[in-house]
Design a protein around this ligand. Structure first.
Ligand code: TYM
Length: 345
């Protein structure tokens, strides 16, 4: 397999409020990876419109996600932050991938089944083809590492299958153009930390999500300290005290979730948290968790609020990031066109 320069790419949809799952499952890792890798972080507005978005809300949410990245510690100067629709090459490569991916592969995607629900006939074609665009997002930069939460694992596997099939289908022109045996890398998912799947505060068997109707089920990055404390206080738990080992958390999804959240915020492991709180009742643990949440999130919330109103700055970051991203993406697309056999200028 050809060697590829290590590059990190990830994306977040600008749909509704960002929540603790997005933060701990993805954004915290975006921030960490900056010290070891070149990183590209994208606000995926084209993915967002696979389900209806009010145009004014979409614009607002795009700026809010950008503000959240920066407020959390993503550096848009040292790395690249941009919104997907400003780099047309994503859509261009996605079309090629629509012709590489097989219907059978997309039919297996659980996220489509969940999102389309029972009324599948009425789902957009974009929602169905979504994973092909996601593969294009990553591979248009020939990115090698993709930090995501657990729920994106299946999509990442599909991206790998697409890369592999492209490399195989076009192996002769890939070799003839001097790219050896592979034009695209196999992007590796980075699903890291103790909170790769943050669960609903109301039901420990369901994922924390933007689309869940009850706001009590999630902590939003825009929540104020009182709201956070109240939501944690009301979070579903069981009557037992915290155990002294992780195994004992397995049959207790709500307890497991809260311990995972604490561990991720404190940048430690669940085992360490249990060592500290073994035998404690939730009446002790919950206020400690709420305090930690407020301590970690309120500086981010405050900075987000400040940045969000500075649309000139945010739009400037996105424009600058798009220009820099496009240089890389255009280079890839030139080669893809040659490999596929498209005549170009
Ligand atoms: P999205 O916008 O739904 O979520 C953004 C990131 O947050 C993670 N996440 C969670 N992690 C832990 N617990 C949760 N409850 C939770 N909910 C969400 C997601 O795994 C994700 O990392 N398809 C992607 C966006 C995307 C993308 C890409 C990602 C488009 N192109 C290319 C990586 C690479 C999505 O809908 O994420």
């Amino acid at each position: 397999m050809a060697a590829f320069k290590q590059l990190v790419f990830s994306g977040v949809q600008p749909t509704g409020n960002l929540h603790l799952g997005n933060y701990l499952g993805a954004i915290v890792n975006f921030v960490k990876l900056q010290s070891t890798h070149d990183c590209i972080y994208c606000v995926v507005d084209m993915h967002a419109i696979t389900v209806w978005q009010d145009p004014a809300e979409l614009t607002k949410a795009t700026r809010e996600v950008t503000a959240a990245f920066i407020a959390s510690g993503v550096d848009p100067k040292a790395h690249i932050v941009f919104n997907q629709s400003q780099v047309a090459e994503h859509a261009e490569l996605a079309w090629v991938f629509n012709c590489v991916a097989r219907l059978g592969w997309l039919n297996r995607m659980t996220q489509f089944k969940e999102k389309a629900g029972k009324d599948r006939e009425n789902a957009s074609v974009g929602l169905y083809a979504y994973p092909n665009l996601m593969a294009a997002d990553i591979l248009v930069y020939r990115a090698t590492h993709v930090p995501v939460g657990e729920d994106q694992k299946q999509h990442l596997e599909l991206s790998r299958d697409i890369a592999q099939k492209f490399n195989n289908d076009y192996k002769d022109t890939i070799a003839a153009r001097g790219f050896g045996d592979a034009f695209f890398p196999q992007p590796e998912p980075l699903i890291q930390g103790p909170a790769t799947r943050v669960m609903s505060l109301r039901d420990g068997t369901k994922k924390m999500s933007k689309s869940e109707p009850s706001d009590q089920s999630r902590i939003n990055l825009t929540d104020d300290p009182d709201t956070i404390a109240l939501k944690i206080k009301r979070a579903k738990t069981d009557p037992d005290p915290l155990p002294d080992n992780e195994k004992a958390l397995e049959p207790r999804p709500e307890a497991d979730n809260l311990v995972g959240i604490y561990a991720a915020l404190a940048d430690t492991s669940k085992a360490d948290v249990l060592q500290k709180f073994a035998g404690a009742q939730f009446s002790i643990f919950k206020p400690a968790l709420a305090d930690l949440l407020v301590e970690k999130l309120s500086p981010i919330t405050a900075e987000m609020r400040r940045l969000k109103d500075d649309t000139a700055y945010i739009d400037g970051v996105l424009a600058d990031g798009s220009r820099r991203a496009q240089v890389i993406a255009a280079e890839t697309m030139k080669s893809v066109k040659d490999i596929v056999g498209f005549v170009r200028r």
